[in-house]
Design a protein around this ligand. Structure first.
Ligand code: ADP
Ligand code: ZN
Length: 531
């Protein structure tokens, strides 16, 4: 068996040898077993089902159905398969009725080795009855479910249509299935197994480490200037992706970069399809294009020489962050993942969770995930060790992240946190209303502003008790407090600060608060590229 898999790899795809777990996966699937494959982006998941598809087509008439969520992805894959001389096609909403009919005819005649289809298509009664006919003739050889994390609401890209895919197992229990994803935290993984009924599947978990990517996370001060400095001093002429939270910020940032002579293009769901396509094509085809985008951009984009991925705003969890940064350096050359984060990011993300229509249990999980990312951002030890640990993979300090390269100083913010929380408490007691972060900091630092005078807040017992702290330090403290749930921001009342249940432990000094020291110039900016 494995020799035929190897010859397919070499003769059809032109590669010398299998990588990582590929050989084992391919062999298990060819033998008819179910498999769950967890492999980082760029790891080579496609061959894990493409080779079994070819090997299992029997007399040449068996077909593999590949469920894929994205039209662009299907398009690229089918194009690449055609180049390799493999009979493949896709069925999705980009086809006309006639084109779709033509593909269906080919499918039924046994002329396709792989058929890519969107999940909502696969689960229609019409398509299922076609699968029934194929099954009766023994021509249904394999199901491949790509981007399998879409089945899980804990994943970062939940698609309800994926839930319906359990029907494949119920209806065709003898047809093997391979599910693949680059998202692998334990919760999502368990959910995939359960939702897709993959309890019997062998799990293949690859290392998620991307050693050529240097991780850097810095505090957001003047984001545009920080980004510009980063690109100009370290990535001149390189292709990169800059992720922003909102469409507006995408537009502004792209313009800002262009005005400094960089070749930057915006990409977000608010642009028309034709412009998006044009920008994507330019990014893929031309050298040194910087794509400024929302997370609408990226899935299925296989550009090997993306030298940096920058996050101008904090994503909502580590899975998203890792997926997005994983688009850097697929060619194995040194690349950077660079992120800025600030108090406002935490506040925004928290608010989005709080205001979402989801159930309380779900919100709780999402808050936990946000906290994990914030903890990563605030961490003072190896970023890679923390990232990999999050995915259940033990490792040693990497020597190739900002914290390894220039270890930050830390300070104990426990006392500052207590003073801050008691200030929030006392002004609320005294004035009967809550106040925002700026005013609370002014009181603690003993600044006699108009607002302080107006509310007579110089009489608050903590007034001036935090004069030794800089505003930046106090912002750091607040970020941490919000992250651990010891302080909340009321978005509906002018972003005023409120104490929470969790405030008590900090006020009593039972919960230590450790922070990284903000150095005036953020670290890790040395020019070092061994290309
Ligand atoms: P993923 O889907 O896991 O992100 P892909 O399947 O797109 O990754 O593969 C990433 C790249 O690696 C592709 O360009 C692919 O052709 C290449 N690749 C995959 N397996 C091998 C291999 N065994 N040898 C050489 N190149 C490979
Ligand atoms: Zn490190």
């Amino acid at each position: 068996m494995s020799s035929s898999a190897l010859s397919i790899l070499q003769q059809v795809f032109g590669y010398e040898a299998f990588r990582g777990h590929q050989a084992d996966i391919v062999q298990a699937v060819i033998a008819g077993g179910d498999a769950l494959v967890l492999m980082p982006t760029g790891g080579g998941k496609s061959l894990c089902y493409q080779i079994p598809a070819i090997a299992r087509q029997g007399d040449g008439k068996g077909v593999t159905i590949v469920v894929s969520p994205l039209i662009a992805l299907m398009h690229d894959q089918v194009g690449a398969l055609h180049e390799a001389g493999v009979a493949a096609a896709f069925l999705n909403s980009s086809l006309s009725y006639e084109e779709a009919q033509d593909i269906e005819r080919k499918l039924m005649r046994g002329e396709l080795t792989l058929l890519y289809a969107a999940p909502e298509r696969v689960t229609t009664p019409r398509f299922l009855s076609q699968l029934d006919r194929l099954q009766e003739n023994g021509r249904l050889s394999l199901f491949a479910i790509d981007e399998a994390h879409c089945v899980s609401q804990w994943g970062h890209d939940f698609r309800p249509e994926y839930r319906e895919l359990a029907v494949l197992h119920e209806r065709y229990p003898k047809v093997p299935r391979i599910a693949l994803t680059a998202t692998a935290d334990a919760l999502t993984r368990e959910d995939i197994v359960e939702r897709l009924q993959l309890q019997e599947a062998r799990q293949f978990v690859s290392s998620f480490d991307r050693p050529n990517i240097r991780y850097r996370i810095a505090e957001k001060k003047d984001p545009s200037a920080q980004l510009l400095r980063f690109i100009e001093s370290e990535h001149e002429g390189d292709a990169g992706i800059v992720y922003c939270q909102s469409r507006k910020r995408v537009e502004e940032t792209a313009q800002m970069l262009c005005s400094h002579g960089l070749d930057a293009l915006p990409y977000h769901a608010g642009l028309d399809a034709e412009m998006r396509q044009r920008h994507q094509d330019r990014f893929l085809r031309d050298d040194g294009v910087v794509m400024v985008a929302t997370i609408a951009f990226g899935m299925g984009i296989d550009k090997p020489d993306v030298r940096f991925v920058a996050h101008l705003d904090m994503p909502k969890n580590i899975e998203g962050y890792y997926q997005e940064t994983g688009r850097a350096g697929r060619d194995g050359q040194p690349s950077q993942a660079w992120m800025l984060y600030g108090l406002q990011d935490v506040v925004n993300q928290r608010r989005m969770i709080d205001e979402s229509p989801a159930g309380e249990e779900f919100k709780q999980v999402m808050r936990g995930k946000l906290d994990a990312l914030l903890t990563l951002a605030e961490s003072t030890d190896c970023r890679r060790v923390r990232l990999l640990a999050y995915f259940g993979e033990p490792s040693q300090p990497c020597g190739n992240c900002d914290n390894c390269l220039s270890p930050p100083n830390v300070w104990d913010g426990t006392e500052a946190a207590r003073k801050l929380l008691s200030t929030v408490y006392r002004v609320q007691q005294m004035s009967g209303i809550s106040f925002g972060a700026g005013h609370v900091m002014d009181i603690l630092r003993g600044k006699k502003t108009d607002k302080v005078a107006q509310f007579r807040h110089e009489q608050v017992s903590t007034f001036g008790l935090g004069a030794e702290y800089s505003e930046q330090q106090l912002r750091g403290v607040m970020r941490q407090l919000i992250a651990i749930g010891a302080l909340s921001v009321d978005a509906e009342a002018f972003n005023t600060l409120r104490l929470t249940e969790g405030s008590r432990a900090v006020l009593r000094g039972e919960q230590p608060v450790t922070l990284r020291e903000s150095v005036a110039q953020s670290s890790g900016g040395r020019r070092k590229r061994e290309r």
